[in-house]
Design a protein around this ligand. Structure first.
Ligand code: ZN
Length: 113
């Protein structure tokens, strides 16, 4: 389950930010997770629950913002919602499409006490 290693690095980022602010604990953390980031939200939550008691996020409320993926066609410039990284343009069938957003996997903000 690769979500565990992702959670470990998210916790490291959050803790180092909290330490910079001389905080003792994190009360809230907000994450941006894109729908084509390859992360399963359930697995992510499960991984958090299994390690957070050992971290500064022990009592933190974790908010996850789901970022819906969007692609653009490089041939006709059509922008469309997508659920896959590799997809054909629904307008002209071009395979030259690229993801505009939806690959996010980041700590948006933390709140400390
Ligand atoms: Zn197109």
């Amino acid at each position: 389950m690769h979500e565990m290693s992702i959670v470990v690095s998210i916790v490291e980022i959050a803790e180092s930010e909290a330490k910079k602010a001389n905080a003792e604990k994190i009360t809230e953390m907000e994450l941006d997770i894109g729908t084509v980031s390859g992360i399963e939200i359930d697995a992510l939550n499960f991984a958090f629950d299994s390690i957070k008691h050992k971290t500064m996020l022990k009592d933190a409320e974790i908010k996850i913002n789901i970022i819906e993926a969007k692609s653009i066609c490089e041939d006709c410039k059509y922008e469309f919602k997508t659920e896959n990284v590799y997809t054909l343009c629904p307008q002209c069938d071009s395979y030259k499409t690229s993801i505009l957003k939806g690959k996010e996997m980041k700590v948006k903000s933390i709140t400390t006490n």
